[in-house]
Design a binder for this molecule. Structure first.
Ligand code: DGT
Ligand code: CA
Ligand code: CA
Ligand code: ZN
Length: 573
């Protein structure tokens, strides 16, 4: 099983290292484009290689295809090893610092001999970086912040990357035929937004075969611990994987234990003790000597303790145990199947990669009833934002595509929230739209008071809007905007707005604890993908599961409504 995220990462690294060496920008860009094509590849990389269709992917020519095959087959790339050898070993680390691109690194290397993060940190602190042409005191400060961020981020991974790698390993272990059951557990199974390590649970009577298969998996850099029932490996990207293998009778108990969260388990264990049991990874046992309670499925653990079964994404000790005991767990938590429309979608009219028709057909194939086209407004010039003329031309295109597809198309926008809190379109245009998503894309570093005021002004506008990626966080990359959340949500509750749960795996915004505050105020929600490509539409489960972690029910989500009701609820005017 080739790990396409790891292959993409290697190509990206190669492109950046070549750029540090001053290689031609077109060549450099080709690696970046190839990496993106792989990341957006919906299927299995091995299958594409076997079918010989790699070169049919956008931006992948013969030479790049050969490199991808080499990486997929051997886990290495000779050229990458060579280029790494030509540069100081710390350059790769430097590339992970935000705002510090290959060109700047090359300049710092040439001027100060900087070859790693420790050198750079010392040079910033001594004020030597500001002496280099093109750098200043401000850059120095930003670099130091970036170093701090990289150091904290290095210990966790984005959920989507972790799940992709984790399920790749699960499929590989299932394919060995040596296991009855294999499942991903831990935080990745609970859909926590970042993951520390992967936990895989299996049942087998031949545990050694599974440990050996994991140790030999492509992408494994080192085997940290290897026994018959417990194996830990470290993958090339730095992610660790714990595998536990038990006999079939103990599997469900172990899966439950390893899924966590730890806090949830601790509470359950205390409850079990009160009821005269002991609960552990080995199972549930009566304290009076009555023996083990047979556990065939996770649900049995809950039922034996008089609880409703709790789905993994709710296991965080935030009220789920009390609710399960009183039979109050919501029966109508929103599901992927409940969602009837794609609400926040970009096309090639702005910075998306597919046409309106391609996005429409893809959404229709997913069973969607409607799709709202929400390309950027003109302030987002970097993203090809539309002016009034192009927006009107887009409406004609939407009408033409509507003739050809069954899915209902709505005329939308993702309007920038300007510094003042105004939206980036005149009222006359807003009134003609079917859907307005309002988001911040610029001036993100305002202080809390200013940003709160900006958002409150936006919320108070009389037009109905969907507040897009509300806090602006990029997981492991960018902190949320400073916002007084209670104040902003009070304003939202009193205004015409729905809040988006953005399922872009880099965002997952707004996050569950804030969604709960929004729900307490009765603010309606919208689940979206913010897709910029056909593949991006497949991120819907990330929005749904983020919402479920906040106990969001079907009735609280506007895009579970049928087309005409949805359109009426979100109409701006
Ligand atoms: P992570 O890896 O930091 O994203 O978070 P988890 O939840 O995957 O945590 P991890 O990998 O340390 O452990 C996996 C599961 O094992 C965890 O969710 C629950 C269980 N577990 C780990 N340590 C403890 C513990 O001290 N007590 C209890 N009750 N369960 C634990
Ligand atoms: Ca874990
Ligand atoms: Ca673990
Ligand atoms: Zn967007």
């Amino acid at each position: 099983m080739a790990d396409k995220i790891a292959v993409a990462g290697a190509l990206r690294e190669l492109g950046m290292l070549l750029e540090v060496q001053g290689e031609n920008p077109f060549k450099v860009r080709a690696y970046e484009n190839g990496a993106r094509a792989l990341e957006e590849l919906p299927g299995d990389l091995d299958e594409v290689i076997a079918a010989g269709t790699l070169t049919e992917l956008p931006g992948i020519g013969k030479a790049l295809a050969a490199k991808i095959e080499e990486l997929a087959r051997t886990g290495r790339l000779e050229l990458l090893d060579r280029v790494r050898g030509q540069l100081p070993a710390g350059i790769g680390e430097l590339l992970r610092i935000p705002d510090l691109g290959p060109k700047k690194i090359a300049a710092l290397h040439a001027a100060l001999g900087i070859g790693g993060v420790a050198d750079l940190e010392a040079a910033c602190k001594d004020g030597r970086v500001r002496e280099v042409k093109g750098f200043g005191e401000k850059t120095e400060k930003k670099i130091l912040e970036g170093i701090h961020r990289v150091r904290t981020a290095a210990t966790r991974f984005r959920l989507s990357d972790a799940r992709e790698i984790g399920y790749g390993l699960v499929r590989m272990l299932r394919a060995t035929g040596a296991a009855d059951r294999v499942e991903l557990a831990g935080s990745a199974r609970r859909w926590k937004e970042t993951v520390g390590d992967l936990d895989i649970v299996a049942s087998s009577v031949e545990p050694a075969r599974l440990s050996a298969a994991l140790a030999a998996a492509p992408g494994v850099e080192s085997v940290v611990a290897k026994g018959d029932t417990k194996t830990t490996v470290r993958l090339a990207g730095g992610l660790s994987v714990d595998l536990r293998v038990v006999p079939p009778a103990e599997y469900a108990s172990l899966l439950h234990h390893m899924t966590g969260s730890k806090e949830h388990n601790v509470r359950l264990r205390a409850l079990a003790r009160d009821l005269g049991f002991t609960l552990s990874e080995w199972g549930l046992e009566r304290l009076d000597g009555g023996g083990k309670v047979p556990i065939h499925a996770e649900e049995d653990v809950y039922r034996a303790l008089g609880l409703e079964p709790v789905p993994p994404e709710l296991r965080q000790d935030s009220g789920e145990i009390e609710a399960a005991r009183e039979g109050r767990l919501p029966a109508d938590l929103v599901t992927v199947e409940d969602v009837r429309g794609m609400v926040h979608v970009h096309t090639s009219w702005s910075d998306g990669r597919a046409s309106i028709e391609e996005m429409a057909r893809a959404a229709e194939d997913m069973g969607m009833e409607y799709l709202t086209v929400t390309d950027h407004s003109r302030s987002a010039a970097y993203a090809g934002g539309l002016d009034v003329g192009r927006l009107e031309a887009q409406w004609e295109e939407i009408a033409r595509v509507q003739e050809k597809v069954g899915i209902r198309l709505l005329r939308g926008t993702e309007a920038d929230i300007l510094e003042t809190g105004a939206l980036d379109w005149p009222d006359a245009v807003l009134e003609k739209l079917d859907v307005v998503v309002a988001s911040v894309h610029s001036r993100m570093k305002m202080d809390q008071e200013q940003m709160t005021r900006r958002m409150v002004r936006m919320l108070e506008l009389p037009v109905f809007k969907i507040w897009g990626h509300a806090t602006g966080r990029l997981l492991l990359e960018r902190e949320p905007y400073g916002l007084d959340m209670e104040t902003v949500l009070d304003a939202a509750a009193a205004s015409r707005v729905a809040i988006e749960v953005n399922g872009d795996p880099h965002r997952l915004d707004m996050e569950p604890r804030h969604l709960r505050l929004a729900r307490q105020r009765g603010i309606p929600l919208v689940l979206s993908t913010d897709a910029h490509s056909v593949a991006g539409l497949q991120n819907l489960p990330y929005a749904v599961m983020t919402a479920r972690r906040a106990w969001v029910t079907r009735g609280e989500v506007l895009n579970t409504l049928p087309f005409s009701e949805f359109a009426a609820r979100v109409r701006p005017g």
